[in-house]
Design a protein around this ligand. Structure first.
Ligand SMILES: Nc1ncnc2c1ncn2[C@@H]1O[C@H](COP(=O)(O)OP(=O)(O)OP(=O)(O)O)[C@@H](O)[C@H]1O
Length: 284
């Protein structure tokens, strides 16, 4: 277990004055400009924002797959590692499309990051992978199946088991329920909620799905204008005056969000106090 002891709620990810700039044939494309965000131990922080606002790129910065053009990203006090088996010990990532290796069976997919470390005997690695398979709610009889023989929901679960194989304290989820039917999405949210509670995970999630957002988040951060414009409870965020927030939460599909806030189906931790709660604007 690589979980580093520390006070609950202590910062686990700190992003300061982050600039992400891509060189394109049309010139520089600024994705993040002076973006600040702190993610604390134990939270489930959801990133929402319009298309192309840099949510996935922000996850990739935390994972170490992108590097700041300016500013700093630190995970557990250090710059995130390059994508490597060792980096997977700190940060687990569930990519949007699950992305299993088609030539490997389920168990070998889950075991892959641990095998890459080349420090444990194969028997132990297999046992660890089997434990993770069951942790994500799959029967051991699926261990020898090929990814081609799995449903979309099972692929997500196997990809999640692989993301958890090194017991990372931080889990990144990119659209975890995309492509699942409502029942599958509910089941996957239940699984994630249970794992968050039982493993004490810190989770950063990108989602466009309001049900998933309200089901899992303890805090919401909104990306717009190249930065995090507000981070807080649903009530904090909805109260923040910005055209994206107005459209997202108060437009057609967002009405349900408001109803959920009022009828109590949004978790109390996310709903926040009924009065004026202080939100963190231009998050730091
Ligand atoms: N490696 C790259 N090189 C150049 N541009 C990139 C690269 N990666 C991402 N981008 C651009 O950065 C912008 C932000 O991309 P990103 O995928 O983070 O958006 P997003 O907020 O996750 O969007 P969506 O909600 O539509 O998935 C996009 O314009 C994208 O084309």
């Amino acid at each position: 277990m690589t979980f580093t002891p520390g006070a609950a709620g202590a910062p686990l990810v700190e992003i300061r004055n982050l600039w992400t700039v891509f060189q394109t044939p049309d010139g520089d494309q600024v994705v993040h400009r002076d973006l600040d965000l702190t993610i604390r131990r134990g939270e489930v922080l959801s990133l929402v924002g319009g298309s192309g606002t840099g949510k996935t790129v922000l996850l990739r910065q935390i994972l170490g797959l992108e590097h700041p053009s300016k500013g700093t990203v630190s995970v557990l006090g250090r710059a995130p590692g390059q994508f490597s088996a060792k980096a997977a010990a700190n940060v687990g990532m569930l990519f949007q499309h699950g992305a299993l290796f088609s030539a490997f069976n389920v168990l070998d997919n889950i075991a892959f990051p641990l095998r890459e470390l080349k420090v444990l005997p194969d028997e132990l690695i297999r046992d660890a992978a089997l434990v993770k398979l069951q942790m994500v709610g799959l029967d051991p009889k699926h261990a020898t199946k090929s990814p081609a023989d799995l449903s979309g929901g099972m692929i997500k679960r196997v990809a999640l088991a692989r993301a958890l194989i090194m017991d990372p304290p931080l889990l990144l989820l990119d659209e975890p329920t995309a492509g699942l039917d409502p029942e599958g999405a509910d089941g996957f949210c239940d699984l994630l909620r249970g794992l968050h509670r039982e493993l004490g995970l810190t989770v950063v999630m990108v989602t466009h799905d309001l049900d998933t957002l309200f089901d899992l988040s303890t805090r919401i951060a909104v990306l717009a204008d190249h930065k995090v414009i507000v981070a807080g409870t649903a009530r904090d965020v909805i109260a923040y005056p910005h055209p994206f927030i107005h459209e997202y939460f108060l437009g057609g599909r967002g009405k349900r969000a408001m109803e959920a806030l009022h009828d109590g189906s949004v978790p109390a931790s996310l709903a926040g106090p009924a009065g004026d709660a202080p939100a963190s604007h231009n998050e730091r």
